[in-house]
Design a protein around this ligand. Structure first.
Ligand code: ZN
Length: 279
């Protein structure tokens, strides 16, 4: 649906236009969106995110998470799409990760699962989370060959994207391909622009502990399917903050062209992984 070519002149132009904005927040007025393609993507993300109620518990009619079947043996997961509870403590949502999962799966044919209501547990790290049981069922029924687990990190982080690979153990055969796809999409370890910079297993390695079993550990160890955890900077992901967000600064906005570049990088990764499984 969306082009995976990110290095074209139009995208560069959009980026330059928007980089003039202070701190990617749009304080100096409405962001000028230069292309219909970008506008469509942002509207799609906003329309998906509208249906994620961060602070509302599930009801009989409104389930805690949703699974959208795909046709490609890759699963995109966003367990922190809404607020959740870890060891009795409230934790805010990873805004727009549920919408990212849906847009990526629409573009690639991958399966996707995402949290859409607040959880009384932590769907990512709780060992007995119903979300994980659903992931197990999806993986078994569809012979899933790879799981991409999306998360959000704050804008203060000095990178746009961090991969959690459990020190390389969660996806030893795919790590280089993922880094290659990120590089092809403009994301590199030594990029001068911090939001186009990547790092691996630094702050979010997915190692877990005896009380925390992150999705990337659950999938790669218990299900024996390779997986990667991807943390996305708020600037690379939040189109416009919703009123029910846990974060106080409701005026925060990410950079539109950067959001598109980030989505395209994930589409590129998913397509490259799919291709590698067909050889
Ligand atoms: Zn998270």
């Amino acid at each position: 649906m969306f082009s995976t070519i990110v290095a074209d002149k139009e995208a560069e132009f959009e980026r330059d236009m928007i980089q003039g904005m202070p701190n990617h927040r749009g304080e100096s007025g409405p962001v000028v969106i230069q292309s219909d393609r970008l506008r469509m993507l942002l509207e799609r993300l906003i329309s998906f995110e509208k249906y994620i109620l961060y602070q509302d518990y599930a009801t009989q009619k409104e389930p805690e998470f949703t699974y959208n079947p795909g046709i490609v043996p890759i699963l995109i997961s966003a367990p922190h799409g809404a607020a959740h509870t870890r060891h009795g403590n409230y934790k805010g949502e990873d805004e727009y990760t549920a919408s990212f999962a849906q847009v990526i799966s629409e573009s690639t044919g991958a399966h996707c699962i995402f949290s859409r209501r607040k959880s009384k547990t932590d769907p990512n790290v709780a060992k007995d989370a119903p979300y994980k049981e659903k992931v197990r069922q999806i993986c078994t029924k569809n012979e899933i060959k790879f799981v991409i687990d999306l998360h959000g990190m704050r804008s203060i982080h000095e990178v746009g994207i961090e991969l959690g690979t459990r020190n390389g153990k969660s996806c030893p055969d795919q790590k280089e391909l993922i880094l290659q796809s990120l590089g092809d999409s403009g994301f590199t370890a030594d990029n001068d622009d911090k939001l186009l910079r990547t790092r691996i297993d630094a702050h979010f390695s997915g190692l877990g502990s005896h009380t925390r079993e992150p999705m990337v550990k659950f999938v790669s160890e218990r299900l024996q399917i390779p997986a990667v955890q991807i943390e996305i900077n708020a600037c690379n992901r939040i189109v416009e903050r919703k009123n029910d967000a846990a974060e106080k600064d409701k005026s925060f906005r990410g950079n539109p062209a950067l959001i598109e570049q980030t989505i395209n990088a994930f589409i590129c990764i998913t397509n490259a992984l799919h291709q590698s499984f067909q050889v």
